[in-house]
Design a protein around this ligand. Sequence first.
Ligand SMILES: [Zn+2]
Length: 459
Amino acid sequence: MIRGTLLTLSLLLVATGCDRSNSAKPPRIETDPATSPAADKPPLALVDTAPKHADKPLLLKPARVFDGINTAPHEGWVVLVRGEKIEAAGPADQIKTPDDAQVINLPGMTLLPGLIEAHSHLFLHPYNETPWDDQVLRESPALRVARATNHARDSLLAGFTTLRDLGTEGAGDADVGMKQAIDQGIIIGPRLIVVTRAIVATGSYGPKGFAPHVRVPQGADEASGAEALRRVVREQIARGADWIKVYADYYWGPEREARPTFSLEELQVIVATARDAGRPVSAHATSHEGAKRATLAGVETVEHGDGGDAALFKLMAEKGVALCPTLAATEAIQQYRGWKKGADPEPPAVKSKRAAFKAALDSGVTIAAGSDVGVFSHGDEARELELMVDYGMKPADALRSATSVNAKVLHLNAKIGAVKPGLLADLIAVEGDPTREIAAVRRVKMVMKGGVVHRAPRP
Ligand SMILES: [Zn+2]
C-alpha cells in the first residue's frame, strides 16, 4: 500500500517534477491526467510547487542533522534548500528563513546526506531468484533493462541518491543509457557512475564449464596483453565509462580458488590508459596477491578484499587505496548456499570476512561503503551499513563512509556527500537517530535529489 502511494508520487514527479525545460510555470497537479481525479489521494503538498525543483526555497526542519562529516549529529538544526543546492544549514535561530520559504517539518527525524552506494549492479537481481549464469545467458537485454529501471527507483526511494555501478555483467553498455535516462528525467533513480563492462583476463571469467568448442558470451570484456588492454579501456571510455572496473583475480585456480588473473604490468597498463583520460580504476580482488598487485598498479578502490590482512591494508592505506568490503554479498551468497543466519554457526567465508574487516578497521585504510547489491535485492542496500556496524564499526563511521567518505573516494566531494552550503541538495530524512541505531537508515521518510523531492513525508 505504501509502495502504491510512493509510486504515484514518483510518477507525478517524473511527469511534472523533472522536466528539464525552463518553462516559466510548472503544470499544476490537477491538470495532469495521471493524477485526475485526485480527490481521494493524500495531499501532495510538495509536488505542485516543485517543477525541476521547487520555485520557492524549502526549509527542512528535522529533529537533528547528521552532516556526513562530524560523528555527532546537530540537534535543532535546520537546512535551507534553494533550487538544486543547499543554501544554508545551522541552528534554527541562526538561519534566516526567506518569507516565501516552504517549510517541511520532519519531526523526530534525522536529516542526512543522500546515501552513496559504492558497489552496485543494477542489471543483476538476487541469485536465489535466478543464478548469475542464467541472468547472463537467458535474460534478454530488454528484460534486464526493465528490471534495472525498477532497481534504480527502489534504490533511490531507499535513500541511496548515488550509486557506482560496477559492471553490467552481460548487459553490454546499457548502464550508460540508464544513466542518461535518469539524468534526463525519463525514469527516476540515483546519480550513476558507470563502468560499462568489467575487464577480465582471457579465459578467467564466466559463464564457464561448457565443452571447449562451444563459445559462450562472457559476463565481461575479455582481453590480454598491453595492446589489447589499451584498446579495451579506450573503447569503454568512448562508450561512456566514468570508471574502469577490472578483475585482478577470479576463481580459476585448480580448486576453483581465487588466483590472480592479470600480471602487474597488465594492471599498470590499464591504470595508465584510464588515468590519461581522467578515469579512476576499481579492482575486484578477493585474493591477497590480486589485491596487492592492484594496489601497486595504482587502482583507487579494491572491491571485496576477503584475503586482506594487516600488511595489505596498511599498504593500501599508504597508497591511498580504499577498500569496498561488500559484507552483505558474502553473507547473501552463504545464505543462498544454505546458511541459516542466527541459527547455524558462521561459515568460514563469513568468519574470514569478519577477520579481514577488523584488520581493515585497525589498519586505518579508507573504507568505502559498498554492498555488491544485485547479489541481493535493490532497495536493501542498508544491509551493508548494518553489517559494517555488526562487524565492529561505529554507526556514525558507517554513515560517514556512505556519505562524505564515499563522495571523496568517488571524486564527488565538491558536489555531494555532506550537508554543507553550496553542495547539491541530495538529502534524506529517516525516523530516529541512525548514529545511535544504524537500522534507522531503513526508516526513510523523505528523499530529495538535487532539490527534487522524490519521497515526501505524509503531511
Ligand atoms: Zn560486484
